[in-house]
Design a protein around this ligand. Structure first.
Ligand code: NAP
Length: 262
């Protein structure tokens, strides 16, 4: 299917690997020009070069910390008028993530998973509306439907981001100008980070990787990890010309792990 976004400019944060890179790949495959953001410049340049070679599109690396105020300002300065914004990556530097974390950890979680993303959305949405096309997709988490005490801060911050996008979708001045705001909620996907985390858990528990994998997948009816490319394909569809009537949704892509309809 032609996604109708050939030549559109897509800004993807958290794009050097994992789900963000998969989203960038599917957008580039559809003919979009892509600007990839991540912190580590060498990996990022390699990712951009791979997309240029594979899809023959313009793919530019923009090294920045998309969770800091200075990083967001640099991103908006370098790429002020994207047609598509995908927000992935971002995790608090502070190690405390549980529900009785101190104020600094709470602030860190909110900054890295909510406030920075809100600033980026607010920075690009008016221009999208002025130009009559815009797609914003944030990668939040399955946690927003199933919050956990050990991951209370990411649960709160990511629910906040999905709520912000829902609120933005209700702004008629943007919706009537073909600008949409949606969240994608990944379950367990086989990104490098998740695979490394499984290996770390196995080491910490003095058990084998297969045992930890079985545990992690026990609540997923599909009985497997998600594949980043299938995530990227869903994201690209939400960014497509065909998805203009899908607005304000929070879609779980989790192999059926979430037990409810809503
Ligand atoms: N994979 C899953 O199963 C899963 C499940 C639920 C939620 N999620 C969420 O989905 C998002 C993507 O997950 P993933 O597994 O694909 O992650 P990943 O493999 O760790 O990739 C993260 C990407 O974001 C970049 N990044 C991280 N922090 C950044 C920052 N402060 N500024 C700019 N770029 C940054 C990383 O590059 P640099 O390190 O070079 O910056 C990398 O390109 C994350 O927010 C994750 O928490 C993932």
């Amino acid at each position: 299917m032609d996604l109708g976004i050939r030549g559109r400019l897509a800004l993807i944060c958290g794009a050097s690997r994992g789900l963000g890179f998969a989203c960038a790949g599917r957008l580039a495959e559809a003919g979009a020009q892509v600007v990839l953001v991540a912190r580590e410049a060498a990996n990022l340049e390699a990712a951009a070069a791979a997309l240029r070679a594979r899809h023959g599109v313009q793919a530019r690396a923009l090294a920045a910390d998309s969770t800091s105020d200075a990083g967001c300002a640099a991103i908006l300065r370098e790429c002020p008028a994207p047609d598509i914004l995908v927000l992935s990556g971002g995790w608090p530097a502070a190690t405390q993530r549980h529900g009785d974390a101190d104020a600094a950890a709470v602030q860190s979680a909110l900054q890295s998973m909510l406030l920075a993303q809100m600033a980026l959305v607010a920075g690009v949405a008016p221009g999208m509306a002025a130009r009559g096309f815009g797609r914003v997709v944030a990668v939040t988490s399955r946690l927003i439907k199933n919050p956990e005490w050990e991951l209370a801060l990411p649960s709160v911050a990511r629910l906040g981001l999905s709520a912000y996008l829902k609120a933005a979708s209700r702004n008629a001045a943007w919706a009537r100008r073909n600008v949409t705001f949606n969240s994608l909620l990944p379950g367990v996907f086989a990104s490098e980070t998740q695979v490394a985390q499984t290996e770390r858990l196995a080491r910490e528990r003095h058990t084998d990787i297969a045992t930890v994998e079985t545990e992690r997948l026990s609540l997923t009816p599909a009985g497997r990890w998600g594949v980043p490319d299938e995530f990227g394909a869903c994201c690209a569809f939400l960014c497509s010309a065909h998805a203009g009537f899908i607005n304000g949704q929070a879609l779980a892509i989790d192999g059926g792990a979430h037990g409810g309809l809503w």
